[in-house]
Design a protein around this ligand. Sequence first.
Ligand SMILES: Nc1nc2c(ncn2[C@@H]2O[C@H](COP(=O)(O)OP(=O)(O)OP(=O)(O)O)[C@@H](O)[C@H]2O)c(=O)[nH]1
Ligand SMILES: [Mg+2]
Length: 186
Amino acid sequence: MQGKSWSTPIDTRFIEVIKIMVIGEGGVGKTTLIRRFVTGEYSDQSMTIGLGFASKTMRTDGGKTVKLQIWDVGGQPRFRLFIPSSKGGARGILLLFDLSRPSTFVRLDDWVRLARSGLPPEKRVPIILVGAKCDLARHVLAVEARRFASRMNLDDYIETSSKANIKVEEPFGKLLRMIVPASTRT
Ligand SMILES: Nc1nc2c(ncn2[C@@H]2O[C@H](COP(=O)(O)OP(=O)(O)OP(=O)(O)O)[C@@H](O)[C@H]2O)c(=O)[nH]1
Ligand SMILES: [Mg+2]
């Protein structure tokens, strides 16, 4: 006789997969943020060689279950060439810089250009600017970052710390809310 199952397993075949990308200079904390978000743990990450992948099942405000597929692009200059080919199908982007290292902030123009290159304005996906490592001594002012975000027409600015566990979920959640409006239900 078959045992009864009281759980209602989710049939993942029918879950919408939403691809997002996390980009920014090397060492700004992309992989650490993704790991903290997906596993809840903080641990030292080694440099990402090429691309990394992670995923997390989430519920939208409208009650829909989706799978966030996160593409983690290594920030070293040699991996930048992966971006044009890997951004196909991406529905949103988190652009990180390190609040303690101004050099990662001043090059953000290039990153925005890279994220948008080859796409007509109507095909542009939401981009959220993330000031990472807000537990460290700040060398970039929030007002500067916010000004940059509005000048470049970015969709939001959020400061996070993976180490101190500050606003780790927020950038992912906000991006998801922009991609899947609350009115969407399954
Ligand atoms: N203090 C502090 N350190 C952090 C935080 N997040 C990451 N780090 C440290 O910053 C370093 C780089 O983090 P990674 O997550 O590997 O950075 P990345 O952006 O993925 O780097 P690449 O893969 O080379 O592009 C690691 O030594 C982390 O421990 C944070 O929130 N606070
Ligand atoms: Mg990495």
